[in-house]
Design a protein around this ligand. Structure first.
Ligand code: NAD
Ligand code: IPM
Ligand code: MN
Length: 353
C-alpha cells in the first residue's frame, strides 16, 4: 500500500512530520511512502504549485496525506500559479467530490471551546462538503464594464448529478450515525441552491430511515453557535461547507483539531482512494516556530487508515491516543496550553499502545 505524502507550505511539513512519526510507530510492514512537492514550495522549486510528477505520485497511490498549502509570497502571482490551486487541482483531477469533516468535542476539552461547556459538550457532527463544484470551479474573471469600472465575477452552479452523488454520501453517512441529515443552502436567494434542495429531496425518497431537514446557511451559522448539538450530519456545497467547518472547529475548541477525508468513486485494494488533510491552512503567522497543533493531521492519518487502507483497528488506536493526550491536558497554544508541535506528537506516541 502506497501513501503519497504532500507536506506543502508553512506548518504543513511540521504537522505532517508528527503524523508520519505516528504512522512509523504503527510499524505497518506493507506501507510505502512517496514524498512530493506541492504548493508554494513546488512553485519555487519547479515553477508550478502542482507539478505533473506530484499529481502522478498522488494518482499512483492508495491514499494521499496532505499538509497544507499557502505562501504569502505567492499571493500576487497569476491565479493558476498560486499554491491554493494545487489542492483544488488535486481534488478535481482525482475526482474527490466528497469531503468529510467530523467535529466532535473530546472528553475533558469542553472548557476549551469558544462556547459554554454545556453547549460545546453536545457537539458530535459531520459536515459533508461537496468538493468538486460550486463557485469554486465555475468560470471567473475580472473585466472592465462599459463605463470603465472594474468588475470581478465568479460563476456559481451545480449540475443535478453533482448534487445527487454528494447527497447519497450524506444520506449513507447519516444512516451510520444518528439518522439525521440537515441540508444547508441559500434557496431563498440562489437558483443553484433551489436546485440543490430539489435534488436532495428527490434523493431522500431512497432513504426513508433518515430524517431530512433543510436550513438556510445564515441560520445554520447561527445555530452552530446557539445549539450545535442539534446537528448530526450536515450536507452542503463547497463554499458554505468551507466556511461552516472552520466555524465548527472553534465550537470544538481549535482549528488545529479538525481532520478531513476527501473521497471519490475510486476504490483501492482495501477501501476507497482518498486525500486526507487537516481543515486548516499553512498558518504563516506561526510557521517554523514549532507551535502548530498536529492533532488535526494525526486524526487525518486515522481517517486515511480507516477509509483507504481498511485498517479500522489502527485508526481507532490513533484516535484513542489523541483523545488520551487531550484528556491529559496535552494542549497547544491554540487550546490555551503550552505544548509545542513535537511535544504533542510525543504525547500521542506515548499513548499509542
Ligand atoms: P489558516 O488555517 O492557515 O490559519 C488561521 C489561523 O489559525 C491562524 O492564526 C493560524 O495560526 C491558526 N492555525 C491554523 N492551524 C493551526 C494549527 N494546526 N495549530 C495552531 N494554530 C493554527 O488560515 P489562513 O490564515 O486564512 O490562511 C493561511 C494560508 O493557508 C493561505 O494561503 C490560505 O489560502 C491557505 N489555506 C490552505 C488550506 C489547505 O491547504 N487546505 C486551508 C486553508 C487555508
Ligand atoms: C480548505 C481551504 C481551501 C478551500 C483553500 C485553500 C482552497 O480553505 O481546504 O478548507 O477553500 O477549500
Ligand atoms: Mn477552508
Amino acid at each position: 500500500m502506497r501513501i503519497a505524502v504532500l507536506a506543502g507550505d508553512g506548518i504543513g511539513p511540521e504537522v505532517t512530520a508528527e503524523a508520519l512519526r505516528v504512522l512509523d510507530a504503527l510499524a505497518l510492514p506493507q506501507v510505502e511512502l512517496v514524498h512530493a512537492d506541492v504548493g508554494g514550495v513546488a512553485y519555487h522549486r519547479h515553477g508550478h504549485p502542482l507539478p505533473a510528477a506530484t499529481l502522478a505520485a498522488a494518482r499512483d497511490s492508495d491514499a494521499v496525506l496532505f499538509g497544507a498549502v499557502g505562501d504569502p509570497t505567492c499571493d500576487a502571482l497569476e491565479r493558476h500559479l498560486r499554491p491554493e490551486q494545487a489542492i483544488l487541482g488535486l481534488r478535481s483531477e482525482l475526482g474527490l467530490f466528497a469531503n468529510l469533516r467530523p467535529a466532535k468535542v473530546f472528553a475533558g476539552l469542553e472548557h476549551t471551546s469558544a462556547l459554554k461547556p454545556e453547549i460545546a459538550g453536545a457537539i458530535d457532527l459531520l459536515i459533508v462538503r461537496e468538493l468538486n463544484g460550486d463557485v469554486y470551479f465555475g468560470e471567473k474573471g475580472t473585466r472592465k464594464l462599459a463605463d470603465g469600472r472594474r468588475q470581478g465575477w465568479d460563476m456559481m452552479s451545480y449540475a443535478e448529478d453533482e448534487v445527487e452523488r454528494i447527497a447519497h454520501v450524506a444520506f449513507r453517512a447519516a444512516q451510520g450515525r444518528q439518522g439525521r441529515l440537515c441540508s444547508v443552502d441559500k434557496a431563498n436567494v440562489l437558483e443553484t441552491s433551489q436546485l440543490w434542495r430539489d435534488v436532495v429531496i428527490e434523493v431522500a425518497a431512497q432513504y426513508p430511515d433518515v430524517a431530512l431537514s433543510h436550513m438556510y446557511v445564515d441560520n445554520a451559522a447561527m445555530q452552530l453557535v446557539r445549539q450545535p448539538g442539534q446537528f448530526d450530519v450536515i450536507v452542503t456545497g463547497n463554499l458554505f461547507g468551507d466556511i461552516l467547518s472552520d466555524q465548527a472547529s472553534m465550537c470544538v475548541g481549535s482549528i488545529g483539531l479538525l481532520a478531513s477525508a476527501s473521497l471519490g468513486a475510486r476504490t483501492t485494494a482495501h477501501g476507497t482512494f482518498g486525500l486526507y488533510e487537516p481543515i486548516h491552512g499553512s498558518a504563516p503567522d506561526i510557521a517554523g516556530k514549532g507551535l502548530a497543533n498536529p492533532m488535526a493531521t494525526i486524526l487525518s492519518l486515522a481517517m486515511l487508515l480507516r477509509h483507504s487502507l481498511g485498517l479500522e483497528d489502527h485508526a481507532r488506536r490513533v484516535e484513542r491516543a489523541v483523545a488520551a493526550a487531550l484528556a491529559d491536558c496535552i494542549l497547544g497554544g491554540d487550546l490555551g496550553g503550552t505544548h509545542g508541535t513535537r511535544a504533542i506528537g510525543d504525547a500521542v506516541l506515548e499513548r499509542l499502545s
